[in-house]
Design a binder for this molecule. Structure first.
Ligand SMILES: [Zn+2]
Length: 139
């Protein structure tokens, strides 16, 4: 990834994991998460979009999660990232979108991930699990 060294890349992925899961678990708001994202360099945003897309894939986002996520994200349902997340299966090439769509992509992706992850926490995990990201340390 041009502009992001492997060292910075690792730190950035850690930070992304923390922020995205805090949003998913209601520990911080989507707007707070988006402020963090917006302050990154363009290369950093691309790296984070790839990282969050991998969480979304692991969480098995359905098109229903996509629609719910779009509705909560505040992004228009006709925007490219909204259309992509609602496909069945979803398309995850958000980092390849034009730079001016990255913030929308982040909002849509994190919201849809939150829906899928909430379902998993309430069924499979049931409050007790070994997923590091479901047992976040306090800041
Ligand atoms: Zn869990």
């Amino acid at each position: 990834m041009s502009g992001v060294s492997s060292e910075d890349g690792r730190a950035l992925r850690c930070e992304a994991e923390q922020v995205v899961n805090e949003v998913a678990q209601g520990l911080c708001t989507l707007n707070e998460g988006t402020s963090w994202f917006s302050a990154l360099s363009p290369a950093g945003r691309q790296a984070v979009l790839q990282e969050v897309a991998s969480y979304a894939m692991q969480a098995h986002i359905t098109s229903a999660d996509g629609r719910e996520g779009v509705a909560r994200s505040g992004v228009k349902p006709t925007a490219n990232p909204s259309v992509m997340i609602c496909m069945d299966p979803p398309r995850y090439g958000f980092a390849a979108l034009p730079a001016d769509e990255h913030v929308k992509a982040f909002r849509v992706l994190v919201s849809a991930f939150s829906s899928a992850d909430a379902r998993r926490r309430h069924t499979y995990c049931q409050g007790t699990c070994g997923h590091i990201w479901h047992n976040l340390p306090p800041r």
